[in-house]
Design a protein around this ligand. Sequence first.
Ligand SMILES: Cc1cc2nc3c(=O)[nH]c(=O)nc-3n(C[C@H](O)[C@H](O)[C@H](O)COP(=O)(O)OP(=O)(O)OC[C@H]3O[C@@H](n4cnc5c(N)ncnc54)[C@H](O)[C@@H]3O)c2cc1C
Length: 389
Amino acid sequence: MTPRLRGPSSLAFAGPAQWYPRTVPSSAFRASHRHVSSSTSSSSSSSTSSSKRGTFVRIAVVTATAGSIGAYIRWQQDSKNSTLNPFTFTHYELVSREPISSTSSLFTLRPVKPGHNREVYEAAWRTGVWSVMFKQPQLQIGRDYTPLPPIEKVSDTAENILEGEDQEPLRFLIRRDPHGEVSRYLHGLSLGSTVEMRGPQVECEIPSDVKDILFIAGGTGIAPALQAAYTLLRRDNGTAGSRIHILWANRKREDCLGGSNDSLQSPAERPWWRKLLSSSPATAAPEDPSKGLIVKELETLKSQFPGQITVDYFVDEERTMIDKQSILRFTKSSDASTGRGKLILVSGPDGFISYMAGPKMWAEGRELQGPLQGIIRELDLKGWNVWKL
Ligand SMILES: Cc1cc2nc3c(=O)[nH]c(=O)nc-3n(C[C@H](O)[C@H](O)[C@H](O)COP(=O)(O)OP(=O)(O)OC[C@H]3O[C@@H](n4cnc5c(N)ncnc54)[C@H](O)[C@@H]3O)c2cc1C
């Protein structure tokens, strides 16, 4: 994998480029119109009159051509704008916003105009981890957010709104930073508001030989973890025995309500009902209302791909932390299998990524991975590639 070239998302941008030629200014048209009137009313020599007519014809042709080119390009741009693309901003409507905890909400947005979004999303889902950039129009700044994988049953509210409609919605888990510009703006929008976004931006391609993924996620870093699971497990539809283990750290239990660990207890220590649950594929997503929405989505994936996705939860306020042992538990279990590509992905706040794998770096306008440091380096794992998101 090579580093993805991307501009710093936190910098201001000048909005979508106005690269198409402007239509000829109306003053030019008025000037040529004046020529028409003066040439028809004038009784001056015929050579002067025919030269004026020639000038008028040229201006009229240029005006008409420029006008139609402008109209054609604007039409093309408009039709592009109905489909998510990396170059111009596409308008989406905020359909629902459900609180997940005191700090984050699940946003559902759908394109204002119908387009070819399914194809765009599907290509991104097949590739790996991706994001889109949301625009804050007053400040003209943008921030990146990670779409959650589509599921059959999104949630009661969103499902009711989207039922039976081919609306190509996207869902996002967004944390409200009390001092953050764009997250505050998004949390303050009323339903039905228009949000502009562009993308997809591929953050990390998951190579086809990768069969084992350890995903270390902090907070909303769970969104790319869900994406990685969705891409990896759907890719071979369970036949190649791909596996993903997610270590998810949160500040508070409210962010992962009802989440219980899959690997922190040895199988012998597990109560009988947990053994039963992990060995028998469930057919429907668990409907426990005391579970957080993201926990439910993780359990839905587990029920779709039994035995292939496991999750351990860590909560700061419960003093549980991702340590070397929690990483080794999974990496050791996969060490014996050769010929399987192995990938560790780390996603979360900057400090979290630095602690796990060392900081990312900026050089010459590019975001680079930076050297591997942190506790993953200390573990000196052989055969594992590491990617910081
Ligand atoms: C690829 C990618 C995907 C992402 N996906 C998600 C996602 O799915 N969900 C999600 O919630 N987030 C996601 N993020 C993070 C998101 O892009 C934003 O960074 C986040 O929402 C905060 O943006 P903001 O505009 O609200 O805050 P900002 O305005 O950028 O501020 C962030 C913090 O920095 C502080 N700050 C700002 N300026 C200064 C300064 N000059 N000095 C000191 N402190 C300062 C602010 O007080 C605030 O606490 C993703 C980021 C990336 C790169």
